[in-house]
Design a protein around this ligand. Structure first.
Ligand code: CO
Length: 196
């Protein structure tokens, strides 16, 4: 594994762009499987998921969103994205201040409080809705090498973790909305999906 081992500490935002699956793809509705093998291909997947997330852009990306039904997500709630106008008037985005995180086989604990924030999802393009979540939680998880960690999160970070965790249980944020809103938005997306 060598130099892949610490690519998170010396993060260079390199990788391949993966295809993000869109609702109502069936993989988004499946309960994902535990990760049991921690090998080079897992590290490569994490690297590519982070690259894909940063360029989408998004603050989180779960493995089912790239067609892999395993309990893994990546996130970065802090990176910056700045629009730069090139001499030929084209626009590019400069990404900086990376704090990539990889959470494998996460378990949420000690949830408390309540917070409402606007959420969107790379797999549910074009829709943003207020969702109620726990305000504070603890997450136990493994890193790319199988080592166990514990993280406490609140507010925005707690929202991101709950949103991504839901993907591992086959839920999208629409499932957290009230019955009528959920039904209406899902119907709308099904229609769009059929046309595409
Ligand atoms: Co999502």
């Amino acid at each position: 594994m060598g130099n892949t081992k610490n690519f998170l500490e010396n993060y260079e935002c390199k990788g391949n762009t993966l295809k993000i699956v869109k609702f109502p793809h069936t993989v988004l509705a499946q309960k994902a499987q535990e990760v049991t093998v921690f090998d080079d291909s897992l590290v490569e997947l994490c690297r590519d998921m982070l690259f894909t997330m940063y360029h989408a852009p998004g603050v989180g990306l779960a493995a089912p969103q790239v067609g892999k039904s395993i309990r893994l997500f990546v996130m970065d709630a802090e990176f910056e994205r700045e629009k730069v106008i090139m001499p030929d008037d084209s626009e590019v985005y400069r990404l900086s201040n990376f704090h990539p995180q990889v959470l494998i086989n996460p378990i949420l604990k000690d949830m408390e409080g309540s917070i409402i924030g606007q959420e969107g999802c790379l797999s549910v393009p074009g829709i943003q809705e207020d969702v109620e979540r726990y305000e504070k939680l603890t997450v136990e998880y493994q890193d790319m090498f199988g080592e166990h960690h514990v993280m406490e999160a609140s507010e925005y970070l707690a929202i991101v973790i709950q949103h991504e965790y839901d993907h591992l249980d086959g839920l999208v944020f629409l499932d957290r909305l009230n019955f009528f809103k959920k039904k209406m938005l899902k119907k709308q997306l099904m229609k769009k999906g059929k046309k595409a």
